[in-house]
Each structure stands twice: as C-alpha cells, then as structure tokens.
Design a protein around this ligand. Structure first.
Ligand SMILES: *Cc1c(COP(=O)(O)O)cnc(C)c1O
Length: 599
C-alpha cells in the first residue's frame, strides 16, 4: 500500500472521529462557580490568591499527555493523569500551565493474524486549536536546534508545547537513548524558554516523573547565572519543585552516559557552578535522572498510599527517600456518565466542585437498584454507539442488549497487569460466562516491540478461537484509547483489575469503573489499596492458583449480585463509600495544593 495515501486516509478518519461528538463524551465543565474564591474557600486555602495568579501559574511538566481531544495521545496512566489534572484545575479556576511536547506522529495499533502492528500517523497541531507563538532554540551536538512554541489556551489553563517536524513519537527509540534525551532536554530547556516567552513565572514546578528533570535544571541555571548565589539558587529551586514519582524501583530506571550529557545537556547550561554540580552527580560515568531529581526537588509525592510507602528510592547520600502520598484521582466531568454525575450532585453525594460531601455516605441511600439499572442502561447505549466503529477480533460490530452482562479488562497489555490470567482455565471461564450468557471485552495496546506481550495476546486470542462458546462471548477490541475506556466504564457491569500485588503505582482505569457503577474485581494494589478490602470484590491468594480461584469466584459473585436488587445496591454503595473520596480529581488537586502551599 502507498504509505502517503494510507496516512491521509487514516488521519481523516481519526480527526472526524474526534470532532463529531467532541462535547458529548468529554469534558462538561462545572457550572455556577462564581470565581476562584469559592474553591479556595472550600478547601480552606484563601491565601492561594497571593501564591497563584495568571502570570504566576502552577506549572505541570510532563513528557506524556493523554488528551486526544487536544491532539495529544499518550501511552497510558501517566498521560491520563496529566490531562485530568489540567481539566480539574480548569474547572476549579486554578491558574495552571501544562508543558508537554507535541509529538508530530503517533502510533495506532491493529491486530493482524493475532499480532499487534503499529502504524505511525502524522498529527497536525493546527487542527487541534494550537497557535504558533515563536521559536526557541536549544543546543545539541554542536548545533542550534529550533523548536516551535505552540499554545492552546483555555479559560484558566493552557497547554504549552514545543515541537518540530522531526521530534518523533512519544517514547521513540530506546530508553536511555539519544532521541529520548533530545526529547527530554527539548521539553526542559525549550519548555522553560517558552514559559519565559509568554512572560510566565512558575509559582511551582510539578515534575510528572523524572523525564522532566531538565525543566527544574533550566530554572536552577537561570537563577544561578543571573546573579543569585549558587546555594541560594539550589534552595530556591528545591522549595518550588515537586517531583511526582510513579515508579516503584529506582533500579528499573534508564541511565544516561556522560558523553550523552556532553552532547545534549551541558551546552545548554550557562552557570559554571550548575555544570560542576551536575557533573559531580555521575557515578562511573552514568547518571539516573531520579538521583538528580531528588536533589533538585524538596517536595516529593507518590501516587497512592501504598505506592508512597513502598517506593524504594535512595538519595545520593544513600538515605531512603520519603514520598508524600497523594493518590491519583480522575476528572469526574470527563469520565463519569453525565447522568450519573448529575445524580451524585443532585443528592449531594458530591458537591459542586466534585468533592464528596460531609454526608455523602448517608446520601448514597438514594442509589436504588432501579436507579442503578436506569443509569447503566444509558451507559450501555453509549458503549454500543462507540463500538459501532470498533469491531472485535473477528471483524464483528458488537451491540449489547440492556440486560447482557459485560465483564471488561481494559488497560495497557503489560505483564504485571496479567491480561491473560482469566484465560488460564478456559473451561472454567466458559462455565462462568454461560451462567448468564455473559460477555467479556478485552482492550489494551501492546507496547511496540514487546514480544512477550504480543505473544501472550496471540495465545489468548487462539484460546478464545478454539472454544465455540468463548469465540462468541470474548471480544478483543484493538487500539485501546480514551474513548473506548470511557465507553467500557459507562457500559460494562464488572471490571477486572488484577495487577500483581506490589507492582501497580495507582491505576486510574478502575476509578472510572467504580464512579460509573461497575463492580470492581481487583487485587488490593495501587490506589485500590487506599480503600477497604472488604468493600469491593477483592482477589487475594497465597499463590497464583489461589488468586486465580479467587478471581473466578469473584466473577461469579458479580453475576449473582447484579441479578439481585438488594446485593446490587449494597455492593455498589459500599464501593462508592470507600472509593468516592479516592477517585475525586478535585480531592487530588486539593491534596496537592495543601502539600505545596501549607497554611
Ligand atoms: C484511564 C486510562 C488509562 C489509565 O490506565 P491505568 O493503567 O489504569 O492507570 C490508560 N489508558 C487509557 C486510554 C485510559 O483511558
């Protein structure tokens, strides 16, 4: 096939898909917020007026943003979190600037003969409401590299991006490779210059993982090369930088070599003291960005209670690093069916900011089985609509009846999330589905080049193909993205979330599910472990066989509970009781503001 026409073809479909019903599925801003004062008062932080202003915004740095409506497709949870954080800030009128690359290409995944194949599609920022501002330059490999600065403005927030035609895709090349370093340095030094170009001074710099370290380095260099004493500049930068960690083990992180820094990093530093400081951080000619990020950020957070406790990081002096637990939430206006959100607000389960009210637990009594079924019926219609353009592995267009029971597993296909686990005993899975003629929908992209997971997906599809019942009741939908995530959250009855305990930092897919009244079948890990283990369908066991048995029992239990009014009401209310405060994105923003700007 001619690749140029192929690109054209796909891009047209892609763009029309996201324009047609843009506002129907995503983003319903809160109404009736008079001004910032209300939210600041609600969270008892009136003094934030002084700290934050349009010229002195909260700045959020991220190499990954998952915000398809604005033309940027991330890889997973890290990017979804970034998009949700900005949307929550927008709704709460918090001055906020998100700085991220605009990747001129993005992958789209198809399944051909059971194999995951990525196509690379060009994306044009002009089609997504970005405006070109100017160019900035950074130095790499002895050259000046020019980056376009582009901006998309909202009412209170903006996305500020740097890009150039050869910037590549998200996570292009090997981790620890030159292209990644080029992208990270561009975001840090280029993004910092872009901020200055707009006349903005950051009130705080939140670094969403260590790939954004160079932004804080650019600030340190600016201060130190403009007359501030080096140690004062370090203290100042440290006090205004928050490092948000999503990874569990430092050992797993990529390293860069001294020669790479000579080509990409040192030439961008003006201050000799900063250069010396950074050079001293190499150990045997190698550097891990986490080690220097810890040095440059006094504020550090982890993304769930469990994660903050177990993340195993040491600073350069060998001391264990403490992380403040601020559990990821989701932007409820984006992810919750509008009718469900309206219900929560009408009955004062959530207040107008999306924070759980003081008596949300009592008010959950308004949630009757009848109401749940009515709301889920609307969600089912939304799912059917989305599935019209998303055939399953057999090319079938699926359409589900109101009373079909749907399980789903939707998340990146990575090993620790165990997408294949429910298929270990295909006969047992079949028996479970047969009880109520239930369906099981799987969705999740395999990382480019991940042969292990590509193989597991192929085997899984083969297992399904060989069984005449599973073939009609198990569906894999390719190219998992936000729209599918939304459709499945609002339209399924139970979701399966079974990471190996200890390996999920937080996870947010399951948060979309509990907010949309699905039964959660989950291991006690990540953000789920913020909640009460007895208040959802917990999967535990001393070993994998026991866990598998627990998983099957929990699937049976979900089927039984949803068929009985009392159990349906009771089960879903308990889930909301324990998880609503966790999933609220406004609660997350409040926690960040509390931590960053103590009273
Ligand atoms: C919500 C969402 C995620 C988040 O996944 P977790 O692994 O649960 O954090 C990833 N990808 C997409 C498309 C999503 O919508």
């Amino acid at each position: 096939m001619n690749s140029v026409s192929f690109f054209d073809y796909y891009v047209k479909i892609y763009i029309s898909m996201y324009n047609e019903d843009e506002n129907k599925f995503f983003y319903h801003p809160l109404e009736n917020i008079e001004d910032t004062e209300d939210f600041y008062a609600a969270i008892n932080r009136k003094h934030l007026f002084k700290a934050l202003s349009p010229e002195r915004p909260y700045t959020y740095w991220t190499i990954e943003l998952y915000d398809q409506k604005n033309g940027i497709r991330g890889g997973g949870g890290l990017g979804v979190l970034a998009a949700d954080t900005r949307r929550v800030a927008e709704e709460m009128n918090v001055p906020f600037t998100l700085i991220t690359p605009f990747y001129p290409f993005e992958p789209k995944q198809r399944i051909i003969d059971g194999k995951a194949i990525d196509e690379h599609l060009p994306v044009d920022y002009r089609k997504f409401g970005f405006n070109y501002i100017d160019k900035v330059s950074i130095k790499c490999c002895g050259n000046l590299c020019y980056l376009d600065v582009i901006e998309k403005k909202f009412e209170n927030t903006r996305i500020l991006s740097i890009t150039e035609p050869n910037f590549g895709e998200l996570y292009q090349g090997m981790s620890g490779g030159d292209h990644r370093l080029y992208q990270e340095v561009s975001l840090g030094f280029g993004g910092y210059k872009a901020l200055k170009l707009l006349g903005l001074r950051p009130a705080i710099m939140q670094l969403n993982e260590v790939a954004t370290f160079f932004a804080a380095l650019a600030r340190l260099d600016e201060l130190a090369s403009n007359g501030m004493d080096f140690y004062e500049a370090v203290v100042y930068t440290r006090k205004h930088t928050l490092y948000t960690n999503h990874t569990l083990v430092q050992a797993a992180e990529a390293e860069f070599g001294y020669d790479q820094f000579e080509r990409f990093v040192f030439p961008n530093l003006k201050s000799l003291a900063v250069k010396k400081w950074l050079k001293d951080k190499f150990i045997n000619g190698r550097i891990k960005l986490s080690s220097v990020t810890i040095e440059i950020a006094e504020l550090r957070s982890g993304v769930s209670k469990l994660h903050a406790r177990v993340a195993n990081y040491k600073d350069l002096a060998g001391n264990k690093v403490k992380f403040k637990a601020i559990t990821n939430g989701i932007d409820l206006s984006t992810w919750v069916l509008p009718e469900i959100l309206e219900f929560y607000k009408k009955h004062e389960i959530l207040d107008r900011f999306g924070l759980p009210t003081d008596n949300y637990i009592d008010n959950l009594d308004y949630l009757t089985a009848e109401k749940i079924r009515e709301l889920k019926k609307i969600g089912r219609g939304v799912l059917n609509n989305i599935l019209k353009s998303r055939p399953d592995q057999n090319g079938r267009i699926l359409e589900f009846a109101e009373n079909d029971f749907i399980f789903d597993f939707k998340r990146r296909f990575v090993d620790y999330k165990r997408p294949e686990m429910s298929f270990k005993n295909p006969m047992r899975l079949r028996e479970i589905l047969e009880k109520r003629s239930a369906h099981y929908i799987l969705a999740g992209r395999v990382h480019a080049g991940d042969e292990t997971m590509s193989g597991k997906l192929k085997n899984l599809l083969e297992t399904v193909r060989r069984d005449d019942y599973l073939r009609d009741h198990v569906h894999y939908i390719a190219d998992y993205d936000e729209k599918l995530a939304y459709g499945l959250s609002v339209g399924s009855d139970a979701s399966v979330n079974i990471p190996i305990v200890g390996l999920e930092a937080c996870g947010t897919s399951w948060e979309k599910d509990v907010a949309n009244l699905d039964f959660l079948i989950s291991t006690h890990d990540g953000g789920v472990a913020d909640g009460n283990i007895d208040y959802y369908l917990n999967v535990s066991g001393a070993n994998e066989e026991e866990e598998l048995e627990a998983l099957y029992q929990r699937m049976e239990q979900a089927l039984e509970m949803s068929a009985n009014d009392f159990d349906l009401e009771f089960g879903l209310k308990r889930q909301l009781e324990t998880f609503l405060p966790v999933v609220s994105g406004a609660r997350m923003l409040r926690d960040y503001l509390d931590y960053l700007f103590p009273a």
